[in-house]
Design a protein around this ligand. Structure first.
Ligand code: MBD
Ligand code: FE
Length: 249
């Protein structure tokens, strides 16, 4: 009888053993490595560490089997039960002067038929790179919400403009990326989406801003997105038009 958990676990173990042998890892290095993992656990950063390195691979696998829009990495900062929103996400008073964006587009099925009543969970970071409900005690209703598509599949909602984003770098994950790997902890500016609709597979995606320097040098190996939104403004409001095509279940 096949045991998938056993098969995968033993393959992971064998892959790691191979790396240890190839680099002739010493006992001191081995101990420093697992102590850093323990420190990461202590700091509550295991979800962050795992998503930084491996979320993108799971998405790659999923996209092989997905029709319609491609998925992107979810990241560790989705929060359930975000408020339903109509015109705008909640904006903190201190961010009121920040440049604005409007998110709009259409959700359709594979044949272009509109998907009415789809629920789009959107979430993005504050201008200082925090996620509400996770960091700095920012109440979870800010910069998150559920948008429902209209009869023609369209949606529209406003917020402030995301900026290039540094993952939390004061802890062990940042220490690994910056100090030990001498890399960096930046991601391109992005908006997260999670779309649920009856009869359709969920779609978890992101939109990026065309020209962002971190799209091709993303510390989370995001691999970009099919939603690279060009720089279009309506007055002083950046327009983020993103049209999603859902794959039926
Ligand atoms: C994020 O905001 C994010 O989107 C990912 C993928 C990883 C860490 C933080
Ligand atoms: Fe994010």
């Amino acid at each position: 009888m096949s045991n998938r958990t056993k098969d995968i676990t033993l393959d992971i173990v064998e892959a790691v053993r191979d790396v240890l042998r190839r680099h002739e890892v010493t006992f001191d290095e081995y101990r420093a490595g697992f102590q850093h993992l323990a420190k990461t656990q202590g700091a509550g950063e295991i979800p962050l560490l795992i998503d930084v390195f491996f979320n993108s691979t799971i998405v790659e696998i999923e996209n092989e089997k997905r029709r319609g829009s491609h998925a992107c990495i979810q990241g560790p900062y989705f929060v359930q039960n975000a408020p339903n929103v109509a015109e705008t996400l909640a904006i903190r008073d201190q961010d009121a002067g920040h440049p604005k964006m409007v998110m709009r587009g259409k959700v359709t099925g594979l044949n272009g038929q509109p998907v009415a009543g789809a629920v789009i969970d959107v979430w993005h970071a504050t201008p200082d790179g925090k996620y509400s409900g996770i960091h700095d005690n920012i109440p979870p209703q800010y910069y998150r919400g559920k948008i429902t598509t209209a009869a023609d599949g369209s949606y529209e909602c406003r917020s402030i403009l995301p900026v290039p984003y540094q993952i939390p770098n004061a802890g062990p994950t940042g220490e690994l990326l910056e100090t030990y790997m001498q890399w960096h902890s930046w991601r391109p500016a992005h908006i997260h989406y999670w779309i649920h609709a009856d009869g359709m597979r969920d779609l978890i995606s992101q939109a990026y801003f065309e020209g962002d320097q971190y799209i091709d040098d993303d510390c989370c190996n995001g691999g970009g997105s099919e939603f690279m939104v060009p720089e279009v403004y309506e007055g002083d409001v950046r327009v983020m038009e993103v049209n999603f095509t859902l794959d039926p279940r």
